[in-house]
Design a protein around this ligand. Structure first.
Ligand code: SF4
Length: 218
């Protein structure tokens, strides 16, 4: 059972972190009018940094201009554009398969529906949540490694499974702030509460963080 006190505590953390990072937003670069480009960037970002993805996508999108172009390609034609990323062969396969699915089953338009998104090759629950939030403004707290770590360190959850963390965070925070929470926690996790050595002395929530000063590794 989620109590009002727990909700107030979670909102306090979000307020402070958002105040520190008022410009927190997605760091993948894509054409904001084109959900397909976002989907490609999100698929490529698995096990890779956003910086690494942003380096390869301009040339990739110049060569394959839309979902139809990806659908017509063979994965071997996509590979050279993304080979600086981990798992590039699998990612190239996923992108071509995803494009074919979008063209064949969704009339060439990335669906704004989480269940349908999860049917697309390479798109898991977290990716679907990221796409829903950023392309369609649909409230969701996509739980990646940073969001999960921050939520656990702040004592907002004990869960490890990202889907369970997501459910718990969504009970704690108002729906109107879910997208904000996703971005704010990621920025906090990348810039201050980093995995190996969190910079607790620069942190906006040191006063109430249960893990302050503890050298934490997960
Ligand atoms: S006080 Fe330290 S462990 Fe707690 S959220 Fe801030 S940086 Fe992370």
């Amino acid at each position: 059972v989620t109590t009002k006190k727990q909700q107030k505590n979670a909102v306090y953390f979000l307020d402070q972190i958002s105040h520190r990072f008022p410009d927190a937003k997605i760091e993948l670069k894509y054409d904001e009018k084109d959900p397909w480009q976002l989907l490609v960037a999100v698929v490529l970002s698995a096990q890779s940094t956003d910086v690494g993805v942003n380096k390869v996508t301009p040339r990739l999108f110049a060569r394959f201009k839309n979902v139809q172009a990806f659908a017509k390609a063979e994965s071997g034609q996509v590979e050279p554009f993304i080979q600086s990323l981990g798992f590039f062969r699998n990612k190239a396969k996923s992108l071509v398969a995803a494009a074919r699915k979008v063209v064949a089953d969704f009339q060439g338009a990335v669906p704004g529906d989480r269940e349908k998104l999860e049917q697309i090759p390479g798109v898991g629950p977290k990716s679907a949540a990221v796409i829903m939030a950023n392309a369609f403004g649909e409230p969701a707290i996509a739980v990646d490694t940073h969001v999960g770590r921050i939520a656990r360190r702040l004592g907002l959850t004990k869960q490890k499974d990202p889907s369970k963390v997501e459910i718990e965070l969504e009970k704690l925070l108002p729906k109107a702030r879910w997208i904000e929470a996703h971005h704010a926690f990621i920025w906090h996790g990348r810039r201050i509460c980093v995995a190996r050595k969190p910079c607790c002395t620069q942190c906006p929530v040191t006063e109430r963080c249960p893990r302050v000063g503890v050298t934490v590794f997960a």
